[in-house]
Design a protein around this ligand. Structure first.
Ligand code: NDP
Length: 244
């Protein structure tokens, strides 16, 4: 039980990778709060699954792109948990468009959720975050390599890794470790493994398949636990060899 007794906040924990992270941290002994954008049914299902397995979980609606809403979500989570030991910034959005098709709105939405939401959320969490705590950011291999029609998304994920490197230095004196997990293609609502894009993407993956959400959750659990005590400011690619 590597995170036994710890208090974890996972943003975007209603579905996909975030739901898997919340369930894994709870299975490893943490009390978990999740945020979600609008899908209360899915958020309640994540909480119910954790409770059915004997854990404790809370869910709060908080739009990561709206600073007031994001701050309120962090405050509610910190109050319910009684503090925060592990903060996982997972909430994210991706929109497919070429630079010729991009608009101010597609740019603002992706940077709003994927970058500003993390900045606002971390600043809100810091007064509640225990010394020696962990911040884990879900970036993407898209931060390192380009797929067609995803330049803005890629730019947001490069920014995520940059934030983590900076925060690792800013927060080292408090013993707070900050790292980025960069998934390759993972089968979720955002990136279903049965799409046309998936057929092309899979050909680029040496292991020849999409990843499972549990394979990302396992990496997050490692970075949240005691075995990662000398790891900060790094990126961990979980991508079947895509970026090798
Ligand atoms: P999903 O679309 O399956 O789930 C997204 C989650 O984020 C949901 O819980 C959703 O809440 C929440 N969310 C979306 N927008 C907001 C918002 N404005 N405020 C708060 N929560 C929000 O995505 P994935 O699970 O696939 O992705 C999770 C993370 O992993 C993202 O950061 C993504 O960029 C990253 N990633 C995913 C990859 C993949 O191949 N799937 C690859 C690399 C990185 P709700 O249910 O309420 O809508």
């Amino acid at each position: 039980m590597s995170v036994q007794g710890k208090k974890a906040l996972v943003t975007g924990g209603s579905r996909g990778i975030g739901a898997a992270i919340a369930k894994r941290l709870a299975a490893d002994g943490a009390t978990v709060a999740i945020t979600y954008a609008g899908n209360k049914t899915a958020a309640d299902a994540t909480v119910a699954a954790i409770e059915a397995a004997g854990g404790t979980a809370f869910a709060f609606q908080a739009d990561a792109a709206d600073p007031a809403s994001q701050r309120a979500g962090v405050e509610q989570a910190a109050a319910a948990l009684g503090g925060i030991d592990i903060l996982v910034h997972n909430a994210g959005v991706a929109e497919f468009s070429t630079v010729a098709e991009d608009s101010d709105a597609t740019y603002d939405r992706q940077f709003g959720v994927n970058v500003k939401g993390l900045h606002v959320g971390t600043r809100a969490a810091l007064p509640h975050l225990a010394d020696g705590g962990r911040i884990i950011l879900i970036g993407s291999v898209s931060g390192e390599l380009a797929f067609p029609a995803t330049s803005v998304y890629s730019a947001t994920k490069a920014a995520v890794a940059a934030l983590a490197r900076g925060w690792a230095k800013d927060l080292a004196a408090r013993g707070i470790l900050v790292n980025t997990v960069q998934p390759g293609p993972i089968d979720t609502d955002m990136n279903p493994a049965d799409s046309e894009f998936a057929q092309q993407a899979t050909t680029l993956v040496p292991l020849g398949r999409y990843g499972r959400v549990e394979e990302i959750a396992g990496a997050v659990a490692f970075l949240a636990g005691p075995d990662a005590s000398y790891i900060t400011g790094t990126t961990l690619n979980i991508d079947g060899g895509l970026t090798a």
